[in-house]
Design a protein around this ligand. Sequence first.
Ligand SMILES: N[C@@H](CCC(=O)N[C@@H](CS)C(=O)NCC(=O)O)C(=O)O
Length: 212
Amino acid sequence: MADELVLYTNPMSRGRVVRWMLEEIGQPYKVEVLDYASTMKGRPYLAINPMGKVPALRHGDAIVTETAAICAYLADAFPQARLAPPSGDRLRAPYYRWLFFSAGPYEAASSNKVLGFVVPPERERMMGYGNIDKVLSTLEAAVSSSDYLVGDSFTAADLYVGSQIGFGFMFGTLDPRPAFARYWQRVSARPAFMRAKQLDDQKAVELQKAAG
Ligand SMILES: N[C@@H](CCC(=O)N[C@@H](CS)C(=O)NCC(=O)O)C(=O)O
């Protein structure tokens, strides 16, 4: 179907972020659940995402991968959901800024921290994120300055940045600063988040049962 939305995911993955986005958008969508060891590495899915990773989204004949890109794509494809400032609006500045900051510097810095990698101070200039302390202080200031990252309403930037913070709390990998907790509490109170969480939690239980 020309406009069909299909989410390729696993309930225990970053696909949860896209599920939340789809619930915010409110359009019908299909879900294809992939198994980490088998279908995610099979030829049909590799034709969709050669990285063999989830999530991916198909919209008609368009494919988009990378969680932040999928969120940005959906916000633009369905402007009636008001999850992005209009194209050309000055609010696109903070919108892009925090989406890219979170997908790039924040994700790299936090993954490296989990792996115990510390950037030698003399190499910070060539590392896109500098060091983890700078990244966290920058993010802390951003989520403290007002209720939302972009103007005075919730956007896909909050959904994505909030999800990164939420994952950090879930896995115990994020410094639990009060500003992060307050922000996460605020954005995760959205009904679409609750619906998405319930759907993925339920799917995860079903998969566990099926695996015995
Ligand atoms: N940069 C990608 C990362 C996607 C990713 O790493 N997904 C994990 C699950 S959260 C995955 O599919 N891992 C399977 C594998 O690498 O084998 C994004 O933001 O969407």
